[in-house]
Design a binder for this molecule. Structure first.
Ligand code: SF4
Ligand code: SF4
Length: 684
């Protein structure tokens, strides 16, 4: 009679041997749990997670139904689909990680199913199910091992390349910093070695079982079966020796899991599941009540950050993706977002002052471009951390120079460059611009912004937008001298209450004039108005000028610009392309004829002006804008199109520095549109 495919657990084991196994495995699991509880206690020092703006402050934690939905959705997107991992390092890092992840996940599910079969009354591990189970586990085990081997090889090759580069032309300190992104700590090789040995000894164990106790259906585990054929018969004792040898590595895995980078297997699930449901560009507002309670502003110690933010740092897998994309790091500044996260992890335990641990120089170097946030596979929000510590530094008077002047100017005149309110109407002369205070009827408030009103280059954009809106018969109006800075630069530098003062002032204007829709040519203003002003009572539909212009082109009210193919290259502003996810509208205005730079759309490269860096000094060698300008002109384009006044200012200087003898035109998309539309359109 044919034997039904299945296998006996603990084959040849006596009860004392089984008991010994359970004692050891429970001890290892208890040690793992102990280490995790220690970390949980560190996280619990932080502020409760009390902010989830899109749901009026409801935190997404179990057991609410909303919380559960949020958890499941994020786990599916970021853990099971590996969305972030797949979008970064697509040539080697992503496939390698996917192989390890899906291989590991299959083995984890398989082990869980086996445990259910062994310890519950439900017995299903036999027959066709058994054959399929064994086949899938065997194949995915190979995928897992191949991924681990690939990861080790990749690290070794990168180490050789970077060590070589460091030895040839880099000073020691710089070389150390530049090696950071790939992280070739010896622990990495131990970790990969442990995973590899666990996988290989797993196959050996399978083969030993087949050699000691052959069955006609062993073919369903092809790797183990082949190994068994090669090694020949085993005695029951030899089988048990191999069994214990494999288990030693499994026990070691449980013990070291929370200590090594491997812990991200657990922590990333927690972090991604419970991440705050906040737009990328929104910063947490601080209330006066909070300041009275804590007697401080911002984060001085790790415990001043939220529990989620603290937990997220433990999910860091030290992959270095954040540092690779950081514009500050790429021009040789000390800011290294990966190091920032590691330093914060250290400060969580030591209780050290964050500004000291994270380095003030690094904190001020951040442009809040969110490239690190976008790249991070475990969804760490570096910018929240940076700004929270900056808030504390500013409150303690540790900001000086032009950025401090900017704060004073914003406070005294409501203009980031210190211009008087009336100067906000200078650009309007001779253009017959409708003003809200004249009680005109309007659909869109045209929000001009500080730079848009007074910077000579940005004023060209402002005028072009106004003329295009008129040509397309869009009913719009401006606030003129009643407009104040949105407070974006102040907030990102760390002066939270100045931002809140400006936000309240502007929101009262919106209420006064019944503003429902806003269009602006400044992505920084767009971000604040759209993602942050909701905390101060406004409810606006906010469009970037390229979005509204694209709508008007689609309706036939305006013509898109029509450059020769490759003649123009477009620089995506961080706060449009990445932070607010709009990169199609600007391209539509160029009839998709632009030459694309290497960094584009949500992976754009920062010009270096955000986060208040516009008002901070830096040497030409350390200007992110110079690097970006070089990349833009290397596309071969002779015109650089922009869609942000900050980018325009930064790139204007940099183009002159990197190409002093070459004629490169710098122009906003609205101006290109105006050239095309001048006198040619009869709006419907
Ligand atoms: S913070 Fe995120 S991107 Fe940076 S090293 Fe850690 S896991 Fe990687
Ligand atoms: S926000 Fe930009 S500048 Fe700041 S750490 Fe991240 S990548 Fe670097």
């Amino acid at each position: 009679m044919p034997v039904e495919p299945t296998r006996e657990e603990f084959l040849y084991f006596s009860w004392p041997e089984k008991a010994l196994f359970y004692v050891i495995v429970y001890a290892c699991l208890a040690y793992m749990a102990f280490q995790i509880v220690q970390r949980v206690r560190v996280w619990l020092q932080g502020r409760p997670i009390d902010w989830c703006p899109t749901r009026q402050g409801r935190a997404y934690w179990l057991p609410t139904m909303d919380g559960l939905r949020h958890w499941v959705r994020n786990i599916v997107i970021y853990v099971l689909e590996q969305k972030k991992v797949r979008s970064s390092r697509p040539k080697s890092g992503a496939p390698m990680h996917l192989m390890i992840f899906y291989g590991f996940l299959t083995l984890l599910i398989a082990t869980t199913l086996l445990a259910i079969n062994t310890y519950s009354p439900i017995k299903f591990h036999h027959g066709a199910y058994y054959l399929g189970y064994e086949m899938v586990v065997d194949v995915m085990g190979v995928v897992f091992l191949a991924g681990v081997a690939w990861a080790a090889l990749r690290r070794w090759l990168n180490l050789k390349v970077e060590l070589g580069a460091a030895m040839v032309d880099e000073p020691k300190q710089m070389a150390q910093r530049r090696r950071w992104p790939m992280s070739h700590a010896a622990a990495d090789f131990w970790t990969l070695g442990l995973l590899f040995v666990m996988g290989v000894t797993g196959y050996w164990l399978e083969a030993a079982r087949m050699s000691a106790h052959p069955q006609p259906f062993d073919w369903s585990s092809p790797v183990g079966h082949l190994w068994a054929q090669v090694q020949g018969p085993y005695s029951p004792l030899a089988y048990k020796v191999v069994w214990w040898f494999h288990m030693v590595w499994v026990f070691a895995f449980f013990c070291v899991l929370p200590k090594m980078r491997l812990r991200h297997i657990l922590m990333a699930v927690l972090t991604t599941a419970g991440k705050p449901d906040a737009p990328m560009g929104r910063l947490r507002p601080i209330s006066m009540e909070e300041v009275e309670q804590t007697e401080q502003i911002g984060a001085k110690l790790a415990k001043d950050l939220s529990r989620w933010h603290l937990m997220s740092t433990d999910a860091c897998m030290e992959c270095g993706r954040c540092t690779e994309v950081c514009p500050a790091w790429s021009v040789g500044k000390v800011l290294n977002p990966k190091q920032l996260v590691q330093d914060l992890r250290g400060a969580m335990v030591s209780g050290a002052d964050l500004a000291v641990s994270l380095s003030p120089e690094a904190l001020w170097a951040c442009t809040t471009c969110h490239a690190c946030v976008e790249a991070c596979p475990v969804l760490i929000r570096h910018v929240d951390l940076v700004v929270d510590v900056r808030r504390n530094l500013v409150s303690e008077g540790q900001l000086s120079g032009p950025a401090a002047t900017m704060l004073r100017q914003t406070g005294s005149t409501g203009h980031a460059w210190g211009q008087q309110s009336n100067s906000r109407e200078d650009w309007m002369k001779g253009l017959d611009i409708p003003l809200c205070r004249d009680k005109v009827e309007f659909e869109y408030l045209f929000w001009v912004g500080c730079a848009g009103a007074t910077d000579p280059g940005a004023v060209k954009t402002t005028k072009a937008v106004a003329e295009l809106l008129k040509k397309a018969n869009v009913k719009f109006a401006c606030l003129g001298r009643e407009e104040a800075c949105t407070g974006d630069p102040a907030r990102r530098v760390g002066e939270e209450f100045l931002f809140q003062e400006k936000a309240q002032q502007n929101v009262s204007m919106f209420e006064k004039y019944g503003v429902k829709k806003v269009v602006t040519a400044c992505p920084h203003c767009l971000n604040s108005l759209k993602n942050e002003y909701g905390d101060f009572g406004s409810s606006l539909e906010v469009l970037h000028h390229t979005q509204l212009l694209q709508q008007l082109v689609s309706k036939g009210s305006l013509l898109a610009a029509d450059p020769k193919r490759g003649e123009v290259t477009f620089h995506d502003p961080c706060y449009l392309g990445r932070v607010n996810g709009e990169s199609d509208a600007p391209r539509a205005l160029l009839s998709d004829a632009q030459a694309e730079p290497e960094h584009r759309r949500h992976k754009t490269l920062c010009c270096g002006a955000g986060g208040g860096r516009m008002w901070m000094e830096e040497t030409p060698a350390q200007r992110p804008a110079n690097r970006r300008a070089e990349e833009l002109v290397s596309t071969g384009a002779t015109t650089v199109a922009v869609a942000c006044p900050f980018c325009r200012i930064m790139l204007g200087d940099s183009l002159k520095q990197v190409r002093p003898t070459q004629e490169i035109r710098l122009v906003d998309l609205a101006e290109m549109m105006l050239e095309r539309n001048s006198g040619q359109i009869t709006p419907p």
